[in-house]
Design a protein around this ligand. Structure first.
Ligand code: SF4
Length: 242
């Protein structure tokens, strides 16, 4: 997803390397979900969210690991830069102000009382079908909603259709065991617990630092902005330096 030919020095930092690792994991999830949906479609079973739904964000604030917040921070800063904001100091200052406000308890209360059905700072209620302002960079849990399987205590993999999804023609049950998935669809959606473990492996010591997204964003924006500033201050390496 990221244009690695730019900000070469940033991508060589520890933060840049972790963001690239997370990007790779997110791409694997997208590919696994695409292959599940395509396998179902080949059997005329259409697994699809209802049009303009967005219900999975309603009343929901994702908890994220620091690396997920930093991935979003890079996305925000990069998008702002592409939008023509040339001063990274101004970028982080305005972005941090926005997310500090969301993190304040009184702002959370007033936001709860607002018309928005979601407390998530990235939810945009006025664009049905495109409610997430950071969709390409959304956290793990938001990627897995509706298109992931879980492992029961017995160890068996199970897929349950989101309650907002209609039961596709060709299926009679809304909860499918691994055996049923193989028989009816010929594929299994990505296993949520496997990808959670892959994310944790990026920074095992950060497992205890999982926080609500609105609280995780201000420090993530400050850190990634500082690293970007530091990286861009360094001279570009000479192409043929010995
Ligand atoms: S990050 Fe995006 S997808 Fe996730 S809850 Fe917020 S608005 Fe919804």
């Amino acid at each position: 997803m990221w244009a690695q030919q730019q900000n070469q020095v940033f991508w060589e930092t520890s933060a840049g390397q972790k963001i690239l690792t997370l990007d790779f994991i997110f791409r694997k999830i997208s590919e696994a979900q695409r292959s599940f949906v395509d396998a179902a479609a080949r059997r005329d079973i259409h697994v699809v969210c209802p049009p303009d739904c967005g219900s999975c964000c309603h009343g929901f604030m994702p908890d994220v690991l620091p690396i997920e917040a930093e991935y979003i921070a890079y996305f925000i800063l990069k998008e702002n830069m592409h939008a023509g904001i040339t001063s990274s100091a101004n970028t982080v200052s305005s972005a941090s102000t926005e997310f500090s406000a969301f993190a304040a308890p009184e702002a959370r209360l007033s936001r709860k009382a607002s018309d928005s059905p979601s407390p998530c700072p990235f939810y945009e209620p006025n664009t049905p079908g495109a409610n997430c302002r950071i969709y390409p960079a959304r956290p793990l849990i938001c990627r897995l909603f509706g298109y992931a399987s879980t492992r029961a205590k017995s160890g068996e993999t199970t897929f349950r259709f989101c309650r907002h999804m209609p039961t596709p023609d060709g299926l009679s049950e809304r909860t499918l065991s691994a055996r049923k998935l193989e028989h009816d669809i010929g594929a299994t959606p990505p296993l949520m617990s496997d990808f959670s473990m892959e994310l944790l492996a990026i920074g095992p010591s950060s497992a205890a630092d999982r926080r609500p997204l609105s609280e995780a964003m201000p420090p993530a924006l400050a850190r990634i902005s500082a690293i970007l500033r530091y990286s861009s201050d360094k001279p570009e390496p000479e192409p043929n330096a010995a």
